[in-house]
Design a protein around this ligand. Structure first.
Ligand code: FE
Ligand code: ZN
Length: 470
């Protein structure tokens, strides 16, 4: 007898479902499995398989339609929430003020669910443990080697001391300036002696999947126009999309920024460019992406090499040749996308990650090899750039970089190495690059891993990495 699981997954990977009576029937009649796979239905019942036994019908069913593409059978359903203000007004000092208020307020609310904080001005020297929530105004090491965190809330400031011998010392080392944290401790001589540091994080989440047999591909950092852009590898990927059996379920491709290499991004970039005009770089990107079958929808966000400028949030890539793609949706960075009214994806290019890897001591060694680690840190801190200096932030009245909703899939790029991690049923994907190691990266000692795509079965949330470099 062929195991039940094997039968189910075989049909599943062909985009088909079996009713329970059909599974039982096939367990008894395994010789009909291959034939039953050719039934042109998404849900297959036992009676459909029984019909196969009649010789006259067999002949008809055995012919498998060559161009059958499951992803074509389903309409796309995409809801975009661009996380940026489109009005380009002049920013004033009070804009920064309301930006900070928004940041502190929204993360404070998240932390209130975890601890029961009091205002800083209400701290009492009563020998009891008390909790506060505040933004890290300053972090430094005292002459004695203890860490001092100055925390600020709407009522005032307090100096928090983390003893170098204490268990929380490691957590304190990883605290970033400007992030909003909770602290539990005892208030004495005007100092809060810290026993615990709490990040907002989020409670366990259910695993969300679609009821449709569709897949999504996650890529980023194409860097079209660079002399190191691997066009042959990218063309190999497109050919696979068009011809391979395993690409037939692909309905969505997410591209998380750095579509082109841009111009004037760093000093001396000119010599690293094959296409020196940024508009022509987008035309080349358009020509490549035009080759992707139209039933696959492209969701494209900008990155720091793109034309929209570095400050975040970045608006969608309008005014480029990408607007001519019939199947593309141009979105902001960051951005929330909801598929089929169910599965939520957060796209963020990842410009802040370089700073985060430097700023969090426990990431310095492994952050570049495993780009999911800085992603995990921003997720737990509920902010895409906890430290102000790690990216240039446009002070909108709202802080769009606050992770207000936990996505099912969190997609980033920028670090040019592919990695996937699961955390509380959130899939963290850093989708690597199609650019070979640049001179600049060689100098920095960064070894990218280009040419790898991430394929996610949105029905099972199973993840596969496919390497096109080989
Ligand atoms: Fe990049
Ligand atoms: Zn980048």
């Amino acid at each position: 007898m062929v195991p039940r699981k094997e039968i189910v997954s075989k049909f599943f990977s062909n985009g088909k479902f079996l009713t329970s009576d059909a599974i039982e029937y096939l367990e008894k009649e395994p010789s009909l499995i291959e034939l039953a796979l050719s039934i042109e239905k998404t849900v297959i019942k036992a009676e459909d398989i029984k019909k196969l036994k009649k010789p006259e019908e067999r002949q008809v069913l055995i012919i498998k339609k060559e161009d059958e593409i499951p992803a074509k059978e389903y309409e796309e359903e995409i809801k975009v929430e661009n996380l940026c203000d489109f009005s380009m007004k002049e920013r004033k000092a009070r804009d920064f003020n309301s930006y900070f208020v928004s940041r502190l307020q929204s993360i404070q609310e998240m932390l209130m669910k975890r601890i029961n904080p009091i205002s800083i001005s209400n701290l009492r020297e009563n020998g009891e443990e008390q909790s506060i929530v505040g933004m890290v105004y300053e972090k430094r090491v005292s002459p004695a080697g203890n860490i001092i965190l100055v925390l600020e809330d709407f009522s005032g400031f307090v100096k928090c001391i983390v003893n170098k011998e204490s268990e929380v010392f490691r957590d304190a080392q990883d605290v970033l300036e400007d992030e909003v944290i909770g602290v539990r401790g005892v208030f004495r001589n005007n100092f809060l002696f810290v026993n615990e540091i709490i990040h907002p994080d989020f409670p366990a989440k259910e695993k969300v999947h679609l009821d449709l047999p569709v897949d999504a591909v996650f890529i980023s950092d194409l860097h079209v126009g660079s002399i190191d852009f691997l066009d042959d590898v990218f063309i190999k990927f497109i050919k696979w999309l068009k011809t391979s059996e395993e690409a037939r379920r692909i309905k969505y491709i997410f591209i998380c920024g750095d579509v082109v290499d841009g111009v004037g991004i760093y000093p001396g970039q000119e010599k690293d460019l094959r296409i020196k005009d940024i508009y022509k770089q987008y035309e080349k990107a358009r020509d490549l992406l035009l080759e992707i079958p139209e039933h696959i929808k492209l969701i494209i966000a900008p990155g720091n090499h793109d034309i929209v400028g570095i400050p975040e949030p970045q608006p969608p890539l309008k005014n480029t040749a990408l607007t001519e793609l019939p199947n593309a949706i141009l979105v902001s960075n960051p951005c929330y996308i909801r598929l089929h009214n169910r599965l939520k994806i957060l796209m963020y290019h990842g410009y802040s990650y370089d700073g985060i890897i430097q700023g969090i001591p426990s990431l310095r060694k492994s952050g570049y090899q495993n780009p999911s680690l800085p992603m995990l840190e921003v997720l737990k801190r509920r902010h895409l750039s906890p430290r102000m200096d790690d990216t240039m932030i446009i002070p909108n009245s709202q802080d769009h970089l606050v992770i207000k909703e936990i996505p099912d899939i969190f997609h980033s790029g920028h670090l040019h190495t592919t990695s996937v991690m699961n955390y509380k049923h959130v899939t963290l994907i850093n989708s690597g690059t199609f650019q070979a190691q640049t001179e600049y990266q060689k100098m920095q000692g960064h070894i990218p891993h280009p040419g790898i795509i991430t394929l996610v079965n949105l029905q099972t949330r199973e993840v596969r990495l496919i390497n096109f470099l080989k």
